[in-house]
Design a protein around this ligand. Structure first.
Ligand code: KIV
Length: 296
């Protein structure tokens, strides 16, 4: 049995809402942070039932639920609709709304307005934005200044994947890793409460972790981060194909769904569904009266 201290929780740990101080406390104690994406009420209920710490309504919704081939097309109004559904399914995890491409880059005013909509209209408690360059850091600082907590995101940033040379690991040279370090430190200095590290070599992550005081959640960044995040559809296999090498698949729900809908279609075609047990009854006297009435 481990003698490592854990965060004090009430009898039912699921009853404890996640807060920013609690996140920092968990980091201090070395308690791994669990984050998952969600896009609707059922995925939120699954996240809640696992008592995860953080839920992200990711702009990965563009690919996972809206069928786009990149994250850039998803609109703010679409993200708000999804986030509202997730909000209804959660009680304890911290809910973070991803700011979609084009909704925060233009000006600090645009970034604050978008972040406020995520909070006011969808009930998000924090927002996430991508990139650690000068402009992203400025936007993060502006949103934080308006009172909304911001999670940063460095390494592979899918919204600007084309500019990064495609969907591939980042920080694989000393100079590229130093750039990620500088971005992470700038976002921390701007007041971000946490960072996502995406697709960064594990050994680089280990080095960068020694520089950072805020919690870091990794996805394809190795085991040294304070926590991990996976995309709901990737970890449950609700997709065709395998996805990125860092994904561990815990179920194959796409196959299950295909099987289920296929079996239903076969039953209907073979007139096996509906059976008598799926129908409603009517009092025979009422039926007789109906028949007479219809005949006359
Ligand atoms: O949109 C998303 O799902 C994300 C996670 C991969 C962190 O940004």
């Amino acid at each position: 049995m481990s003698s490592r201290p854990t965060v004090q929780t009430p009898a039912d740990p699921r009853a404890l809402p996640m807060t920013l101080p609690l996140l920092m406390e968990k980091k201090r104690l070395g308690d791994p942070l669990v984050m998952v994406t969600a896009y609707d009420y059922p995925s939120a209920r699954a996240a809640q039932s696992a008592a995860v710490d953080l839920v992200l309504v990711g702009d990965s919704a563009a690919t996972t639920v809206l069928g786009h081939s990149a994250t850039t097309p998803v609109e703010l109004d679409e993200m708000l609709m999804l986030a509202r559904a997730v909000r209804r399914g959660l009680s304890t995890p911290l809910l973070i709304g991803d700011l979609p491409f084009g909704s925060y880059e233009v000006s600090d005013e645009q970034a604050i307005t978008t972040a406020m909509r995520m909070v006011k209209e969808a009930g998000c408690e924090a927002v996430k934005l991508e990139g650690g360059g000068e402009a992203s850091v400025r936007r993060a600082r502006a949103i934080i200044g308006a009172g909304i907590p911001v999670m940063g995101h460095v390494g592979l940033t899918p919204q600007t994947a084309t500019a990064l040379g495609g969907w591939k690991a980042q920080g694989r040279s000393a100079s590229a890793a130093r750039k990620i370090a500088a971005e992470a430190l700038a976002l921390q200095e701007a007041g971000c409460f946490a960072l996502v590290f995406e697709a960064i070599p594990s050994a680089v992550t280990t080095e960068l972790m020694t520089l950072l005081e805020i919690p870091v959640i990794g996805i394809g960044a190795g085991p040294a981060t304070d926590g991990q995040v996976l995309v709901f559809h990737d970890l449950l296999g609700i997709r065709d194909g395998l996805g990125a090498r860092f994904v561990k698949r815990y179920a194959n729900l796409q196959q299950e769904m295909n099987n289920g809908v296929g079996a239903y279609a076969e039953d209907v075609r073979a007139r096996r569904y509906p059976g008598p047990e799926h129908g409603y009854s009517i009092d025979p006297a009422e039926l007789a009266e109906l028949r007479n009435g219809l005949r006359s």
